[in-house]
Structure formats: C-alpha cells, structure tokens
Design a protein around this ligand. Structure first.
Ligand SMILES: Nc1nc2c(ncn2[C@@H]2O[C@H](COP(=O)(O)OP(=O)(O)O)[C@@H](O)[C@H]2O)c(=O)[nH]1
Ligand SMILES: [Mg+2]
Length: 442
C-alpha cells in the first residue's frame, strides 16, 4: 500500500480534538522510544521499560521547556495493538497540550498517521486478519449494543476462525480432486466425487451470506414512522417512547405540521422514529406540504405504526407486512382483546407495542445460523456470494460428470474469494479502500 510506509514512526491523537480530562496520543514504529527519550524527563526509565508497563514523567521541548506531565504506556516489539514498538502518551486533555505534543513529534522526525494506519500495521504484522481489521472500524462506529457486541465477536476472531475452517474444508475437497487429476490413469477404482462435503460447505457459506441481513439490521437500523389521523396521539406516543418532550402535543388538530425524527433502540435495533403530520384533508398550504412529506416518509419506511383513536374508530387501515395498527387512548374506550391497544398517556400497552415492533422487524430475518456470528460489511457479503456461486457451479459440473479440471478451477476460484476475505489474497487498492475509511488514530 503506497501511502503507508511501514518503516516510519507514526503518531496520531486517538481521542477527540477538544477539551477533556485526558488525551491519548499513539506512537508506533521501531525506534520510537529512542526518538522520544531526549524529550522525556526520565529517558532511562523510558528506554528500559519492559513491555506492557507505564512510565510517569514530563515531556519537554528542545529548549527544555516542559510541555505536560504524562504517562507513557510502553509496548515493545511483537506486542500491543500494532505488534511494533509503541508508546501511548496520556496527557492532559487541553488543545494547547495536544498541539504542543503533536508538533514536537512532527519536529523529531515522526510522521502523522493516515486513517487506519495503526490497524493496517496490525494486519501487516499478522496480529489480525482483514475481517478483524474491519471489525475494529465496525466497533468504533457501532451505534447499537447488539452491533457493538457482534463487532466485538468478529474482532475477537470468531469470523476468522469460521472462515479458516471453511477454507480448510474446501482445501480438503480440492486436494481430493487434484489427486484424482494427477493419478486417475493408474486408478482402478471409479472416483466418487465428495458431493456431500461440497453441499455442506455451500450450506455453511450460505448461512454466513444470510447473516448479512441480520448484521445490516443491527448496524443500519430501521425507519419507523408514526402515522394516522391528526389528534390520535402520535406526538404523545413519540414523546413517551423518547421519554422526553420532543414533539408539541396539543388538543388542536394539525399541530404537527412537518415531521420530527429521533433515534432510539428497540431490541438492540437502532431505530429512527418519525413523528408525522396527521393524514387529513387540509386547505392550509404548510400543512398540506407536511402531509405530502408524511406520505413520502411512509413510502420509504421499514415499518409504519398506524395509530387510530379508540374513541373514534374510522378509517382503520389494513394490517400488512409493513403496517401495525395500534389503538390508542385505551384509557377512554376499550377495544377487542385481539387488537393492539395502548394509552400514550398512561403508558399502558406500550411495552407490548415495542415487542410487536421488534418482532416485525426481525420477522424477515433468516432463521438458523449462529446468532453470534454475523457479517455486516458489504465487502464480506460480496466475497462470500462469489465463493458460494463458484461452488454451486462446481457442484453442477460434478453432478453432470463435467470435466474434473473445470471443477478444480471453480473450487480454486472459491478459495480465492475466501482468501480475499481474510486478506491472504490481497491487492494494494483493496487494502487502501478498506483502511482509508478508518478514522485517524485507529
Ligand atoms: N385520554 C387520552 N388522551 C390522549 C392519549 N394520547 C393522546 N391523547 C390526547 O390526544 C390529543 C392529541 O394528541 P397528539 O399527541 O397531539 O396527537 P397527534 O395529532 O396524533 O400528534 C392530546 O390532547 C393528547 O393529550 C391517550 O392515550 N389517552
Ligand atoms: Mg402531532
């Protein structure tokens, strides 16, 4: 990867720019302790510190002016995140301190890191495979608890282990075919293609492919729209769900003229919830525009919670895959037990509604598979699809007694896809695309 020269000592601020209690600046690369020692109050302690220890002292500039009191966390070569000699400087979190330290590091011959460069080094040194490297970024950017825990499990190497196992099975298959290709002439027995192993391998890959839908739901979340006539209690429900007064609630019809959106989490799924203008005929231009927008939102929603007023049962829409009909104001009028009744005022029935929302959003997810082993990246999905399709072609060829050479070619192609997934087979521009999406300091 051209932008990343792995000989350099790199540094970056790993915490946000701004005022905070502490700031962490990362440094990685062979010789970094030697380079920093002349500007540290206890150079010997820094140079002699064993791996995974901390050294307390002061950083100062070339003129012996103290910059800040710091703690240096030391990793020697072969250890730590990048598996390189590395220092993590914890300083006070003022912009002036951060600027002074970063400027010093620049002046003493270190280079400011590119986005993802620390993780790139971890990958180059074999500390992690590509799926783990991607999990780092996925973990940093996760917004729901479920997405966080799934990313963490990929970072710990669950996906890597599964892919290694799949590659192993595929290699065994390929070896059987190649032995047959090499020795078939001397063979007396009829060769039996290991069709069962191939089809179970395809099924295993399919399970991973399917898990993409799960990963995407937890990562990207769903759009849920509150719809219904005016005055049915949409804004009241919106506020109740967000547990804060975000929307203006009023007894007058048409109070919510445009939509308001907010984020919440239901069953681990990040949800963007929209409170909309009521769907009713109106002469008011602004309100009509609000209604047009509402209709557009409903069109794009993953799920519509259609509220109706239990005291005024009219225009009840039909339930469908995307619509839940909810009867509000249950405190004022009872509705049949078969209906989903809530009171946005007292909160009665709201937890049942949330369970219904969760169930509905998860309904389309594939059943089976390992719940803790889920992919969420498009790249991973695409390569698994590629591997699966190559194996399906191999299966068909083998079934039709196709030429064994061609079967071998398809199996090899599938192996290539799996290798690309973990990063054994790689090209600079693919790596560039992956790591350049990371934030600096990671
Ligand atoms: N009794 C009762 N009143 C409700 C309930 N939900 C909403 N309201 C009242 O119905 C009126 C309209 O509510 P609002 O949330 O503004 O409706 P929207 O136009 O659909 O957004 C307000 O006076 C609310 O206090 C409920 O569950 N029970
Ligand atoms: Mg409203």
């Amino acid at each position: 990867m051209s932008r990343y020269d792995t000989q350099d000592i790199i540094y970056a601020l790993a915490t946000p720019w701004g005022v905070s209690g502490l700031a962490v600046i990362r440094i990685s690369g062979a010789g970094c302790r030697q380079a920093l020692a002349p500007f540290f109050s206890r150079p010997e302690a820094l140079l002699e510190a064993p791996n995974a220890t901390m050294v307390h002292g002061y950083l100062h500039d070339e003129g012996q002016q103290r910059i800040d009191e710091v703690v240096l966390a030391i990793n020697t070569e072969g250890h730590g995140y990048t598996a390189e000699e590395a220092i993590e400087v914890t300083s006070h979190g003022s912009v002036a301190v951060i600027q002074a330290i970063l400027a010093l590091l620049g002046r003493i011959g270190m280079r400011s890191a590119e986005g993802g460069e620390f993780t790139f080094r971890a990958f180059i040194h074999g500390r992690m495979d590509l799926t783990q490297a991607e999990a780092v970024e996925e973990l940093v950017s996760s917004v729901s608890q479920r997405s966080r825990s799934l990313s963490l499990s990929r970072l710990e190497g669950r996906l890597r282990a599964r892919l290694d196992e799949l590659k192993d099975r595929l290699l065994t298959l390929l070896a059987a075919v190649e032995v047959q290709l090499d020795y078939s002439e001397d063979e007396v027995d009829e060769f039996v293609f290991p069709a069962a192993s191939l089809s179970s391998l395809i099924a295993s890959i399919q399970t991973l492919v399917d898990s993409y839908q799960v990963g995407r739901l937890y990562k990207q979340g769903a759009r849920v729209v509150l719809a219904g006539q005016t005055n049915v209690g949409k804004s009241s429900l919106f506020n109740l769900l967000l547990k804060e007064e975000r929307s203006i609630v009023s007894p007058y019809r048409g109070t919510t003229r445009d939509y308001i959106e907010a984020d919440l989490e239901v069953g681990g799924i990040p949800i963007r919830l929209y409170d909309t203008a009521g769907l009713r005929e109106s002469d008011d231009l602004v309100e009509r525009e609000g209604i047009v927008r509402t209709e557009r939102l409903i069109g794009e929603a993953d799920l519509v919670i259609h509220l109706v007023d239990s005291t005024d049962l009219q225009d009840i829409p039909a339930e469908d895959e995307r619509t839940i009909v909810v009867y509000n104001k249950s405190d004022l009028a009872p509705v049949g037990a078969d209906k989903l009744a809530i009171s946005a005022q007292s909160g009665e029935g709201v937890s049942r509604l949330l369970s219904a929302v969760e169930e509905r959003l998860k309904r389309s997810l594939p059943a089976g598979g390992d719940e803790e082993l889920v992919i969420e990246g498009e790249r991973q999905w695409r390569l698994l699809e590629g591997a699966k399709n190559a194996l399906l072609r191999a299966e068909e060829l083998a079934r039709d007694d196709g030429v064994l050479d061609v079967v071998a070619v398809e199996l090899t192609e599938a192996l290539g896809y799996l290798g690309e997934l973990t990063g054994e087979v790689r090209s600079d521009d693919v790596l560039e695309r992956i790591f350049s999406g990371f934030c600096v300091g990671k």
